[in-house]
Design a protein around this ligand. Structure first.
Ligand SMILES: *Cc1c(COP(=O)(O)O)cnc(C)c1O
Length: 455
């Protein structure tokens, strides 16, 4: 039998709709609140920031939402993506478990993010938008939106967290290759950026600050909107294309996952792999274990509070109920930049509160160790974010070995690490350390959570 088995779908097998978990949740999501009034927001409140079709999807209760044909045509460039049975990894671990992974690194920007960047750019184009502003941490989202903007002739302005801007010049070059403008955040272009710099001229930035800058710029101009690469309902829904594919591929393989693992920054790739399965369970189907893996240095699901909070540092965004470390929390500079967000998607937070998923936190050294073991067995170097999912999956496989169980493990390999080799250089050079968040800072950030009458 082949060492590594690949399950491929044809174009005809690619899903024609995204799956919306709102249709199947046992209790509704808490309302999104206006930051000024504390009242639930309506579509009109969001209209300055998002195109109407995106707003409709954000609040939709429809179970299936059609993927527009022009979006499917673009998806075909790299979708359906492959699913692999990791037999060489199984052998290296000497585990009776069967390990499968969905590989999203085959997209043009190297991760799952174009799955939502493309439809978001498409809906903006349909509604006449000329420019989209956004933020990016490690640069995965910025480069994915830059790619999507280039397809539709939309200008893309990316506010990139300053520490990453300095550490990851290749990601910046990739965004510029696609024609986007990339600005180090905090910048002097916005009130939010200037306010942060006035307090701390050496600020290395955070996703929360970069979001403030991007939102501020979009709110000022009629021809400009804002796009978010994670956290929001419509983003998670767009990512279900990968889970729906994986489900069919697992059927082709004749196996059914007992455990599903994904890494969580804002929650979108995790929801992508997990929600199609969770939806089946909520409709009376099989119950499977679903495990979210996050960094111990930014542990929103395992250490955060489930509370209303802002999505950004300057408190410009609506209030959403989520697991949060506080919108002023700045995580230490560990290498999985895509996982350095203070909050978790409201939908992921909600299913965690309902006990439908588990969450685990790992330090970065253990994750890089798993990523290197994976690369040596399977030939793919995972993104530092994806290493968290790899660690989670390997630990499940090792548990199966101890317990003598031949369970089936499915995880999402959400991106490759080709732009993150500095992190691997640091790891091999012994320079990578396990960072802990500052407990005092966390306590302060949590104490600063907004008080909300609706709670
Ligand atoms: C952005 C990113 C993440 C984190 O975002 P989620 O919304 O939690 O998926 C994880 N992995 C990769 C490769 C990313 O680019």
């Amino acid at each position: 039998m082949a060492d590594q088995i690949k399950y491929t779908l044809t174009e005809q097998d690619m899903p024609k709709s995204w799956y919306n978990i709102m249709a199947d949740l046992p209790s509704p999501l808490p309302a999104v609140l206006h930051p000024g009034t504390g009242q639930p927001v309506g579509p009109a409140d969001l209209a300055p920031l998002f195109p109407m079709e995106i707003i409709k999807q954000e609040v939709s209760g429809e179970r299936w939402i059609d993927i527009p044909d022009p979006v499917r045509q673009i998806y075909f460039q790299w979708r359906p993506t492959p699913l692999y049975r990791a037999r060489r990894l199984e052998r290296a671990l000497d585990t009776p478990a069967r390990i499968y992974y969905k590989y999203e690194g085959v997209s043009p920007s190297g991760s799952h993010k174009p799955n939502t960047a493309v439809p978001q750019a498409f809906y903006n184009k349909q509604e006449g938008v000329k420019r989209i502003t956004t933020e990016t941490g490690a640069g995965q989202w910025g480069s994915s939106l830059a790619f999507a903007g280039s397809l539709f002739g939309i200008e893309i302005d990316v506010y990139m967290v300053k520490v990453s801007f300095q550490q990851k010049p290749y990601r910046r070059a990739l965004m510029e290759s696609y024609g986007a403008r990339c600005v180090a955040s905090p910048s002097t272009e916005t009130n939010s950026g200037r306010a942060v710099l006035a307090q701390n001229p050496d600020s290395t930035g955070s996703l929360g600050i970069a979001i403030s800058e991007a939102v501020e710029m979009a709110a000022q101009r009629d021809d400009t909107k804002y796009a978010l690469g994670s956290v929001l309902n419509h983003v998670l829904m767009h990512q279900t294309v990968l889970g729906l594919e994986a489900k069919r591929q697992m059927e082709m393989a004749g196996d059914d996952p007992d455990v599903i693992v994904g890494c969580t920054g804002g929650g979108s790739n995790f929801a992508g792999i997990a929600f199609p399965y969770l939806g089946e369970q909520l409709r009376g189907g099989r119950k499977r274990r679903i495990v979210a893996v996050e960094p111990a240095a930014c542990p929103s699901l395992t250490r955060g509070k489930y509370a209303y909070d802002f999505g950004d540092t300057s408190k410009l965004t609506p209030l959403v109920k989520m697991h949060t470390l506080g919108s002023s929390f700045v995580p230490p500079g560990f290498h999985a930049g895509g996982l350095r967000y203070h909050g978790m998607a409201p939908q992921v937070s909600h299913v965690k509160e309902l006990g439908l998923i588990e969450a685990k936190a790992y330090h970065q050294l253990a994750c890089f160790e798993a990523g290197v073991q994976f690369a040596r067995a399977e030939g793919i170097v995972p993104a530092p974010e994806a290493n968290h999912a790899v660690r989670g999956a390997i630990d499940e496989a090792l548990r199966c070995k101890r317990e003598g169980k031949s369970e089936v493990i499915l995880f999402n390999l959400c991106g490759h690490g080709h732009f993150d080799m500095q992190a691997y250089i640091d790891y091999f050079g012994g320079k990578l350390k396990d960072l802990d968040y500052d407990a005092k800072e966390l306590a302060m950030a949590l104490a600063g959570l907004p008080s909300v009458a609706a709670e």
